[in-house]
Design a protein around this ligand. Structure first.
Ligand SMILES: *Cc1c(COP(=O)(O)O)cnc(C)c1O
Length: 393
């Protein structure tokens, strides 16, 4: 039934499991375990887990299951496994399927911790890694070989906001039998259609837009039932990266409002990007929703929107960027994104500080670059805050 509902209905009602009290708002089943009526029932449950049956919260929990089902409905995925954080999801999706001797190809412009897994951890276990420019289909074509087990990329890169072609990369990967795993945080679950576009597995940090209010860490891996239950679940349940039932409840309630929030944030981001483009204190404004963006057409075809984040380069390097950040009165200096509160980040000295200079240059992380995650404040207040701070540079 719920498969036929439109997305917004799925987000409010999908996956609901009511207890005997028939509560309206989903219950938090804050329990690690479950009581069996008889020894025989315990035996039966360990032999084969039935629908709506649970053994231990590391394996599954009713509140976590509600969240998994609801987000799977939104994404159009057969199944989902919720994780303790976005990084537990990325690690779980990759480690659960890879073994020594495998090869993977990954987009170079990755979130710092994703890059650490791909560059530092996987090679320790004999997985060979090739990094490519994710926007260059010819580079993917040249890098993929018969031992390539998976390709992995961020569909919109952080902080450069370059857009990778999910369909194009998936066709190349599929021709070599490689699984396509995308980190879709910057596309957001609202604008994602990654599975229809060819991805086999989609990973989110639900810390970002799903919570959307800066409260809890979380992550999720979405894919086919075979991949989630056959490959991901055995790895996750034995290695302990499960989502807490309390956090699952936060994420579940986050899904009820995510469509409204993310669309409002993306519309505000588009208007702010348009207003700031050409500002005399800025060298450039990067936003996939702007026609000036090199991948504007692809972004519109793939997501139908530009997303909730924009970046811009303040003229005058780090000193000018810091003056701008320090002069803001509403927008907060922090490093989350997708939050109801607008947040600015200076990637070169924080999130991407560890990267060597040549890597920073390659990814366009210049000393003047600022990332802005647009929240839910009044747009006029935000613009006044941003332009007021720029005036002080
Ligand atoms: C935040 C983020 C992650 C990691 O998520 P956590 O919830 O912080 O572990 C991974 N990938 C991208 C693109 C992110 O923005």
């Amino acid at each position: 039934m719920s498969d036929e509902w439109k997305a917004k209905t799925k987000l409010v009602h999908g996956g609901t499991r009511r207890s005997q009290y028939n509560e309206v708002s989903e219950a938090i089943f804050m329990t690690q375990g479950f009581v069996y009526e008889t020894a025989e029932q315990a035996k039966g449950r360990f032999e084969a887990l039935g629908e709506d049956e649970f053994i231990y919260a590391r394996y599954g929990n009713p509140t976590v299951a509600m969240f998994e089902e609801r987000i799977a409905l939104l994404e159009g995925a057969e199944d989902a496994f919720a994780t303790a954080s976005g990084m537990a999801a990325v690690n779980g999706a990759l480690m659960s399927m890879l073994k020594a001797g495998d090869h993977i190809v990954a987009g170079r412009a990755l979130f710092g911790s994703c890059l650490y897994i791909v560059e530092e951890i996987l090679p320790r276990f004999g997985v060979e890694v090739t990094l490519v420019d994710a926007t260059d289909l010819a580079a993917w074509q040249a890098a993929v070989r018969d031992t390539t087990r998976a390709v992995f990329f961020e569909t919109v890169s952080n902080p450069g906001l370059e857009v990778a072609d999910i369909k194009g990369i998936s066709e190349i990967a599929r021709a070599h039998g490689a699984l396509v795993v995308v980190d879709n945080v910057f596309s957001t679950p609202v604008f994602s259609d990654a599975i229809a576009q060819g991805a086999d597995a989609v990973v989110y940090s639900t810390t970002k837009h799903v919570d959307g209010q800066g409260r809890a860490l979380g992550g999720v891996i979405l894919g086919t039932r075979e991949f989630i239950r056959g490959t991901v679940e055995p790895y996750m349940k034995h290695t302990g990266g499960a989502m807490s039932p309390f956090n699952a409840w936060i994420m579940l309630k986050g899904l009820e409002t995510i469509d409204l929030r993310v669309r409002a944030q993306a519309a505000a981001a588009a208007r702010i990007a348009t207003a700031l483009e050409g500002h005399d204190k800025l060298a450039r404004v990067i936003y996939p929703g702007l026609e000036s963006h090199p991948h504007h057409a692809l972004a519109m075809a793939q997501m139908g929107a530009g997303g909730t984040v924009l970046t811009f380069e303040v003229k005058g390097g780090e000193a000018a960027a810091f003056r701008f950040l320090d002069a803001l009165r509403i927008v907060l200096i922090s490093n989350n994104l997708g939050d109801a509160k607008s947040i600015v980040t200076h990637p070169a000295t924080t999130t991407h500080q560890r990267l060597p200079g040549d890597q920073k240059a390659l990814l366009g992380i210049s000393p003047g670059l600022v990332r802005l995650s647009v929240g839910l404040e009044d747009e006029e207040d935000l613009l006044a805050d941003l332009t007021g701070a720029l005036a002080q540079v």
